[in-house]
Design a protein around this ligand. Structure first.
Ligand code: FE2
Length: 427
């Protein structure tokens, strides 16, 4: 007797299976024809995936678009300045309200694990207090991991160092940083070293905004990888953005990528934001600014797409849909072969779960019973349609159900034919 059975779904690997859930765990996968359950979800012909995972977000800033004004230049630097203005007037209740509203959006999109940076450059640590409260309020349906993020610079801001350490003492999960925003390259490198030492001393993960610039000489990822090795942090460190790599000299990159691979750095490009913010100083041709995704994947580096922003000082759109994020990444990185498109789906599910260190994630017996039923026949069709989330299950409970859209009946198409084409194409 199961509490819940999801019947007849197509798993991301193409197998058709029933999934039996007891409590908050997956208890069985396979044909469960004669099994009984208190609740049955019919997923016949629909893709059943583990939930979407976003490893890079700013929940303290989300849904603040227009407060106190709009970013007129559209640049990263005006966004940082605008966020500084908002911090002066926002309240803890504002942050909690906006974040909880976003978590509702996320759950409806099947996005059930989020790593959010939280700005520690505020003597009141108001955003930290707010997101710690939100982390607790949403824990039954969203794994929310918080990163202590000194937005204005760990050394550049007068009290950032002490406030970042205070935030970690308060229970923030991960150590952040922003080395390219320090005053000098030397300060940036020193901040990477000290922040990695803090993480190693506390047994924490590291996730830095790293080299989010078009300057090819911004090479803090090199220091981050080397310090990861020195301190034995392999597999527990993430480099977010790495956009300067787009503009680096090819010879230097040929030396850098093996170091990143050996240090087991997890990489988080944020394609919606990178394509909007990078190249702003260029005339023509304008650089795309996305890091070298295909080259890193080819070396076995774990790369996953992050979202970064929704309706905030840096980005005026967004819905919490990781399929939108992967769709943009697929285009900007030119990942258009069947194998590459399939990889883009993994980059917003299993790859990101690895980055966040989610040990009970996935569709297997014993895993946390969290999954999403999509109105698509396979992962590539899910990307093509940004398919509807028909049902979202978190920790064994149905948290969202959405009727199948009429439009999908005409846009969904002959999955057998598409699958045959995908399988016969360039792998
Ligand atoms: Fe960010």
């Amino acid at each position: 007797m199961f509490d819940l059975i999801v019947k007849g779904g197509v798993l991301p690997d193409g197998k058709v299976a029933d999934i039996g859930i007891k409590g908050n765990k997956i208890a069985a996968i396979g044909p469960l024809d004669d099994a009984e359950a208190a609740q049955v979800i019919d997923a016949s012909g629909d893709l059943v995936s583990p939930p979407f995972v976003d490893p890079h977000f700013h929940m303290d800033a989300t849904l603040s678009y227009g407060l106190p004004r709009i970013n007129t230049s559209g640049t990263l630097l005006e966004g940082i300045g605008l966020w500084g203005e908002l911090k002066q007037v926002m309240t803890q209740d504002d942050v909690v309200d906006r974040a909880l509203k976003y978590c509702d959006w996320a759950a409806s999109m099947g996005l059930l694990a989020i790593r959010s940076h939280v700005d520690t450059c505020d003597d009141r640590l108001l955003g930290v207090e707010a997101l710690l409260e939100v982390r607790n309020q949403v824990k039954d349906y969203i794994d929310l991991q918080l990163v202590a993020f000194p937005q204005d610079g760990f050394y550049r801001d007068a009290t950032a160092r002490q406030n970042t350490i205070r935030a970690l003492d308060m229970g923030v999960d991960v150590v952040g940083g922003i080395p390219h925003f320090e005053r000098t390259m030397t300060d940036g490198a020193a901040s990477v070293t000290e922040l990695c030492e803090i993480a190693a001393g506390r047994g924490l993960q590291v996730d830095m905004h790293c080299d989010e610039t078009d300057d090819p000489h911004s090479r803090h990822i090199e220091t981050l990888a080397r310090e990861t090795q020195r301190l034995g942090l392999q597999g527990r460190v993430a480099g977010s953005h790495l956009t300067s790599m787009h503009s680096m000299d090819n010879y230097y990159v040929s030396k850098l990528l093996p170091l990143i691979a050996e240090a087991e750095i997890n990489v988080i490009p944020n394609p919606l934001i990178n394509i909007v913010l990078q190249g702003r100083h260029d005339t023509y041709p304008k650089r795309r600014g996305l890091t070298r995704v295909k080259e890193m994947l080819a070396l076995g580096i774990n790369v996953g797409w992050g979202q970064d922003c929704v309706l905030d000082p840096w980005y005026s759109l967004g819905t919490g849909d990781m399929l939108d994020v992967a769709f943009m990444g697929l285009h900007v990185a030119q990942m258009t072969s069947p194998k590459e498109m399939r990889t883009c789906f993994d980059m917003v599910t299993v790859n990101n779960a690895k980055t966040m260190g989610l040990t009970d994630y996935g569709l297997h017996v014993g895993a946390k019973a969290s999954l999403v039923v999509l109105d698509a026949g396979d992962p590539i069709e899910a990307l093509r349609l940004r398919a509807g989330r028909l049902c979202v299950i978190a920790n064994g409970s149905v948290v969202s159900q959405t009727p199948r859209a009429d439009a999908s009946l005409t846009l969904k198409g002959r999955p057998e034919m598409l699958r045959r084409r995908h399988n016969s194409g360039d792998q």
